[in-house]
Structure formats: C-alpha cells, structure tokens
Design a protein around this ligand. Structure first.
Ligand code: KG4
Ligand code: ZN
Length: 338
C-alpha cells in the first residue's frame, strides 16, 4: 500500500515541502525561509511573501522529493495548507498542489494550518497522545484546542487581541531587535533579570479562559517611554536595561500562557497538554510548562523546535489521517485566509 504523502506549506513567510510516511516518519522536510527578505520591514510583507513563494515553490518540492529519494509516482496523496494565512501566499501552495495532483492523478488533501501545528506534537509522540489540550502559540494565533484525534479538534479558548508571537515581534521592534522577535528576545533575555520589571499578566474572570497580549505590549511601551503619552519611544541604544526588559517581558508571556492552559486542562480532566507553534520553541516556555504540568500530574508534549515553527512535515503528517478518513478535495479547492 502506498503510504507516502507530499506536504506543501506556504501560508506565511516560509515556503516548505516535505515527504512523510504514514503520518509519522519524516523522509524529508525542506523549509525555504524568507526571513531575510522581510527583516528590513520588521514583519512579513504580503506582496513580497507571495512573489517569493512563487519563485521557491517548485524547487522546494523538487528538493523534498529528491531528499526523500522518491518521485511523484510513489505518492499516496498530496496535502497542502489551504487555510488560514495570507491569501496571496496560500494560493501559491494550493495552485502548485492542484497542478501536481491533477497531472499525476493523485488525491488532493486540504489541511488547516492550525490543526497541522497541533498534529506536530503527536507526529513525534505517537497516537497515545489523545485526548489532549493543545496550546497553539504562533505568530498568527494563540488558542487552546481540545483534541480527541488528529482530525477531531475543537477550539475552546483564544486570544482576545494579539497572539503571543505577535507580542514577541512587536516588543522586539520596540527594543530595536531584529525580526522575527521571538528568537531575538529570548537570546537577549538570557542576559537579563526576569524579575526586574513586573509587567501585567492578563487574567479574565474566574471560570473563563482567554488570552490577551495587547495590554502587555502597551505596558512595555510605557515602561520605555515613561508615563508621558506624547513622549517618543527612545532609540534602542538609549534603552536602559534592555536585557532586563526582554527577560521580564518574556516571563510575563510565559506566565500568561502557562497558568490558564494548565488550569483548563485540569478543569476538563485532560491529562496531556501539547504546546505547539513558533512560540513553543521558546526554552523558558517549555521549562515553565513542563514544570507546572509535572506538579499537577499532567504530561506535557512539545514538538522538536524544527516542527514548532512553520514546516511542511506537519502538513504531510496530518494529510495522512485526513486521507485515510476520505477527506480529499476536488479541483474546486480554494485557499481561504480565515
Ligand atoms: O508558527 P509560526 O512559525 O508561524 C505562524 O504560523 O505564525 O510562528 C512564528 C512566531 C513568530 O511570531 C516568532 O516571533 C515566534 O513564533 N517565535 C518565538 C520563538 N521562535 C519563534 N517566540 C518566542 N520564542 C522563540 N524562541
Ligand atoms: Zn504557523
């Protein structure tokens, strides 16, 4: 039986392709990053992203097949991120997947990017990792999902405003650190004191779980400017204790993610928590979540860092159970930003 799935991912600023056997065994995972193209702007520029996906997509697919040592004729299906993301970027991946699938008469499987992030933890941990509570903390999303299986996943809480990754990116910009903000803040934070500045930890009313990060971002802004609303943000070289601000900000994000997640897992009687998405590669978050979970008798799963940030192995991986469940798409498949 054929059990190889080619995965294609182009929802944001990484062009990625991967070949995964039976949803678990990664034969290749290629990520062509556009970070250098977007860094001068301090964030992803959709027009630039779309155009560079177009240039990179077919060479990236070729590399993934070559590295796996397989051809299109060996595949069981082609899986592609169809939502959510930047529409101009998604369309490039969906167009390429449709073209290849049509040319080879292969089934086409549409994958939800968020559900694929959630699957990344299970791809490595194995099928016993259900039911679980999955925290997706990425640049585009911060939300909690109850997952019963790779394809039965329901959102139960989310951010009211910014995502955790966005907060890292915006605060990095304030601090004069390069994009993407997560890695650059966590690097600087290693030299700082996380208890130096007490930034707010947002909590909703009792019994409700939600995240919010816009207040934290504003608190960092006022910390840098002083209380004068009309004052300008100081240039990075003039910021005193930049490493302390980075460490204190990171500690606030970590607390704001860990406590609500573990409380909700306990309330719902879920004994497994998975933490996924770009922010899940943050070392402090991994440590704090693992420690808090252990104290509550909850098992904690994280994907390897390479499968936390955007990649196509998670797309090819989730493509397999979707394909097996008969969830294939016809040629009318369209990308959707939401
Ligand atoms: O999942 P991802 O690669 O793309 C989206 O689907 O959004 O997440 C990217 C986000 C960015 O905001 C980036 O700053 C953040 O993940 N990130 C991190 C770290 N590495 C990436 N945030 C905190 N600590 C990190 N080490
Ligand atoms: Zn992502």
């Amino acid at each position: 039986m054929r059990d190889l799935v080619l995965g294609i991912e182009s929802s944001c600023d990484e062009t990625a392709a991967a070949v995964v056997r039976a949803g678990r065994e990664v034969l290749s995972s290629i990520v062509a990053s556009q970070v250098d193209l977007h860094a001068p702007y301090g964030g992803v520029v959709p027009e630039i992203a779309g155009r560079s996906h177009l240039r990179a997509i077919l060479p990236t697919v070729d590399r993934a097949l070559a590295e796996a040592g397989v051809g299109l004729e060996d595949l069981a299906a082609i899986a592609v991120t169809a939502r959510p993301g930047l529409i101009g970027s998604l369309l490039v991946g969906v167009g390429a997947a449709k073209g290849l699938a049509f040319a080879r008469g292969l089934p086409l499987v549409a994958v939800d990017h968020i559900e694929a992030h959630a699957y990344a933890a299970v791809m490595e941990a194995g099928p016993d990792a259900y039911p679980n509570l999955t925290l997706v903390a990425s640049g585009g999303h911060t939300a909690l999902y109850e997952a019963r299986s790779p394809i039965e996943i329901t959102r139960i809480a989310q951010t009211r405003d910014d995502s955790a990754g966005e907060a890292f990116d915006k605060v990095a910009h304030l601090l004069g650190l390069p994009y993407p903000g997560g890695p650059s803040i966590s690097r600087l934070a290693e030299q700082g004191d996380p208890a130096k500045v007490r930034f707010p930890r947002y909590r909703t009313r009792r019994g409700e779980t939600d995240f919010s990060f816009s207040g934290l971002k504003t608190a960092v802004l006022y910390h840098l400017r002083g209380q004068d609303a009309l004052a300008a943000t100081p240039p990075p070289e003039a910021i005193q204790g930049r490493a302390d601000v980075a460490a204190s900000f990171q500690a606030a994000v970590v607390d704001a993610l860990v406590a609500p997640t573990l409380e909700l897992a306990q309330r719902r009687g879920l004994s497994i928590v998975a933490v996924v998405g770009g922010v899940a590669s943050n070392r402090r978050l991994r440590e704090a979540m693992a420690q808090g979970a252990a104290q509550r008798g909850i098992a904690c799963l994280f994907p390897s860092p390479a499968y936390c940030t955007d990649n196509a192995a998670m797309i090819a991986g989730l493509g397999w159970p979707l394909f097996q469940a008969g969830r294939t798409s016809d040629w009318a498949l369209d990308a959707s930003a939401r």
